[in-house]
Design a protein around this ligand. Structure first.
Ligand code: ZN
Ligand code: ZN
Length: 135
């Protein structure tokens, strides 16, 4: 274990990471905005087998109304509604953790921005971080 742990807002679902994230980024797609109720999703990719649930089980929403046409699997706490992670058909086997649920976010640093076409106007992106109009 990496010592990295996290949980949903109510604590019904708790997890540990068995490996460090391979990459971290921000998704500005409209569906992430809706699910998060916010401006974007902060994501870290980890192999799905390294995301271990130590308490509870997330519920699944299969999100097929995507710009890409693929079905994104969005996992969340069925009690409090916190988004926990997503799986996309383009990167099978990877879990895209919603990093706001980590207990310690001090070393989160996005390496890229995706779906900037739908970025909210007030959000200013730091220079030097790649920003893709789509994925
Ligand atoms: Zn919860
Ligand atoms: Zn998104």
């Amino acid at each position: 274990m990496t010592g990295k742990t996290g949980q949903c807002l109510c604590g019904a679902v708790k997890y540990e990471l068995a490996s460090d994230p391979v990459m971290s980024g921000i998704c500005h797609c409209k569906n992430c905005q809706r699910q998060a109720g916010s401006a974007f999703s902060t994501l870290s990719a980890v192999p799905g087998s390294d995301l271990k649930f130590t308490s509870g089980e997330p519920k699944l929403y299969e999100d097929s109304a995507t710009t890409s046409g693929g079905t994104v699997k969005r996992y969340f706490c069925g009690t409090c509604g916190s988004p926990l992670y997503s799986e996309t058909p383009g990167q099978p086997g990877m879990a895209f953790l919603k990093t706001g649920t980590l207990d310690d976010t001090s070393d989160f640093a996005p390496q890229f921005h995706v779906w900037c076409d739908s970025k909210q106007n007030w959000v200013e992106l730091a220079e030097g971080i790649p920003a893709m109009p789509q994925q």
